[in-house]
Design a protein around this ligand. Sequence first.
Ligand SMILES: Cc1cc2nc3c(=O)[nH]c(=O)nc-3n(C[C@H](O)[C@H](O)[C@H](O)COP(=O)(O)OP(=O)(O)OC[C@H]3O[C@@H](n4cnc5c(N)ncnc54)[C@H](O)[C@@H]3O)c2cc1C
Length: 510
Amino acid sequence: MTSETLEIAADFVVVGGGSAGCVVATRLAEYGFETILISSGSNDTENPIMKLKSSYSQLYKSPQFKHYLVPEPSPNLNNRTINVTVWNTLGGSSVNDGGMERMMANDWNAFVQATSDESFNHQHMAKYYKMSESFTSTDPSFASEIHGHSGPIKVTKTHDTAFNKVWKNVAKEIGEVFSDDLAGSIDYGFSFEASSLTNDVRSWSGDAYLISAVARYSNLKVILDATVIKFDLNAETKRINQVIFVSSDGLHSAVARKEYILSAGAFYSPHLLMLSGIGDSHVLKQNKIAVRHELKQVGKNLMDNGAVVVKYLTTGSDTGLSAPVALVNTRLPTTNYNPNLFFLLHRNDKTKHLYAVIFNASPSSTIGSVSLYNSNPLVPPKINLNYLESEDDIKTFVDGIHYVRKVMSTNAMNEHMQATEISPGTEEIDLSMYVRNTLTASNHFIGTCSMGESAQNSVVNSRFKVHGISNLRVVDGSVFPAGFASKTGPLQTIYSLAEKAAHLLHEEYS
Ligand SMILES: Cc1cc2nc3c(=O)[nH]c(=O)nc-3n(C[C@H](O)[C@H](O)[C@H](O)COP(=O)(O)OP(=O)(O)OC[C@H]3O[C@@H](n4cnc5c(N)ncnc54)[C@H](O)[C@@H]3O)c2cc1C
């Protein structure tokens, strides 16, 4: 390093100012630790494109806020190249569609089974969900004691009297349960989604956690527009000495007196580990990277739900301000552990188009992996996407299309709005081909630094610690256990995991 390089130190260095990173850095500072957050994005929290739902479409047209990621062509999708999105801005991908769902109570058992750590049970994790949210409902009679009311993220459940009745009646006609709140004791069936968008304004970790904390805590330092390119790991002691990052004025380093927290998300967290010589030795050697710590599962077990859309042209009344969703099983009566389909309805008031977005809630196998093209840290990671490897997953989407058609043709729905299907359309076509031709990413990517008990089967332990390295933890969406898919959106769960990780560090170091 040259004499111009900046060298900074703190108790904790957090890498990645995304959804989880902003939560961890904020809480660590609040707990009194000197904390540095290094973010490749800039602070755009005052930009209406980030703040307002109505400006969201502009974000997609603004490449400067997006990481350049081009996955390999997907063999089961007729070799199409699927778009994946990771926002490069403070808060990362928490600048999203706003759906705020907790995991099903039973789903937390996957964490408990993978780790043998009971502190991941649903009851215990409920406290971290609560810590992150400030929940309100537009229905004053809504019982919300299971929700938090003083956390940073504003979460709103919008109640639309007319469509509420319709959706309840649709559930009844279909023979499904209606749940007032999927976060409550009935965590499946037809319901309405809570949102991080309230009256068009977004609440996300970059703004609600981090930026308000920067003004309050002098022990929190945020370095923007800086890309971490390597953890400098001592292969003998298995301790990270420093992180190296690059910004417009050159190469710099940061030292954590206590620990490093990696929060660069499901693509970049494994990428950065591999660039630092931590990963599958086979992959590292292929890319001429010296193996400093063998850890086979780094970058493996990528999971995503995938999404397929059924599109309608509608007349009559709309869905109001509410967000109708359903978490159901297409083959059996739905129970508290078996949903295989999540779908939501979204209507565009201007075009009168209604979109039923179908997600595969329980893919049969992982959908890909993250690896490297070469050892250049500024070259994006190699992403292999293998959606629909199992026929069962194609069947789930095809069943999902039939399920949505059944919903749209109920008397309750038809009395409220009349809908003509545009795509797949009313002509008889091969629906499995439709699924292969139109499936997109749902951007619920998780699993690439999976949590578990052993270094053979996972990357981090139940305390988020990278197996075998004494001062490095991963805290973001990548830590979901291998083979597990989030049945709905993962963001609220990622916030809860970040709250838990910060709490653990507080306990360990205070
Ligand atoms: C378009 C879209 C819509 C979505 N809609 C929903 C939804 O409605 N509901 C829901 O629950 N979930 C939704 N999701 C998924 C959810 O937003 C993500 O799962 C979640 O935000 C991921 O959080 P994270 O902390 O793991 O990663 P991120 O939020 O992606 O954070 C990673 C951060 O690390 C930074 N970074 C990466 N590499 C480096 C480096 N080398 N140096 C420094 N910084 C680095 C990135 O810039 C990024 O800010 C959506 C996602 C997208 C993309």
